[in-house]
Design a protein around this ligand. Structure first.
Ligand SMILES: CC(C)(COP(=O)(O)OP(=O)(O)OC[C@H]1O[C@@H](n2cnc3c(N)ncnc32)[C@H](O)[C@@H]1OP(=O)(O)O)[C@@H](O)C(=O)NCCC(=O)NCCS
Length: 181
């Protein structure tokens, strides 16, 4: 399956086996693990291969669409951004993204997420996109709001990491708001 979308600086495409080491470099950081749910830490090469197989299988099923983020200038993989929980029943999905910390603070997540939202609304013709982050992840909340998602509320102790419960902040955008942007 081949799928690729672009922005000024970035190329977003489905992962391939050869990306495994770069995917470890994105995920294997305490600072990334602490702000995300559902990925192990440490994140090993075996985890990366398992993740790639899962992403490709789910892309074929149409349930998730996970892109690696590549810098056009260098071809380097700097992060991951995509959609999961894609529901054709409700025309909805959830966004997620993570970057190798070496590339934080350059507007890359915002640029990638804007493009993924365009993919969601134009290509997949979705009606609603959800974004959630752990309370305290101010950079992520900022990225979501810069991309037009609006704060919807908070679920208390929604996830547990290392024995600690965390609240999740919910943000959403619907098609009409995206078209108006
Ligand atoms: C969240 C993450 C993807 C942001 O990536 P990024 O490319 O640095 O984000 P951007 O540069 O596009 O935008 C970050 C914004 O947050 C702001 N920001 C960064 N740290 C912040 C903080 N501690 N408090 C408040 N705002 C903060 C930046 O100033 C910027 O906003 P601005 O453009 O209005 O100044 C990155 O920090 C990351 O990978 N974190 C770990 C994984 C994660 O949290 N994923 C999201 C799970 S919901």
């Amino acid at each position: 399956m081949f799928l690729q979308i672009e922005t000024d600086r970035l190329r977003l495409r489905l992962p391939q086996e050869a990306d495994a080491e770069a995917i470890v470099a994105v995920n294997n950081h305490r600072a990334v693990f602490d702000m995300t749910v559902g990925m192990p830490f440490p994140f090993t090469l075996a985890d990366a291969h398992e993740w790639i197989a899962l992403v490709l299988a789910e892309a074929r099923r149409g349930t998730t669409m996970d892109f690696v983020i590549e810098l056009k200038a260098t071809g380097e993989i700097v992060g991951i951004c995509g959609l999961d929980a894609i529901s054709r029943e409700h025309d909805s999905a959830e966004v997620h993204y993570r970057l190798n910390p070496a590339f934080w603070g350059q507007g890359i997540a915002t640029e990638a997420l804007r493009r993924v939202l365009r993919f969601a609304f134009e290509d997949l013709q979705l009606e609603r996109v959800l974004g959630r982050c752990i309370r305290g992840n101010d950079a992520s909340a900022q990225v979501l709001q810069k991309c037009g998602l609006k704060y919807e509320g908070c679920t208390i102790h929604d996830c547990k990491k290392n024995g600690v419960y965390h609240d999740l902040l919910w943000f959403g955008i619907i098609r009409a708001w995206w078209l108006a942007e």
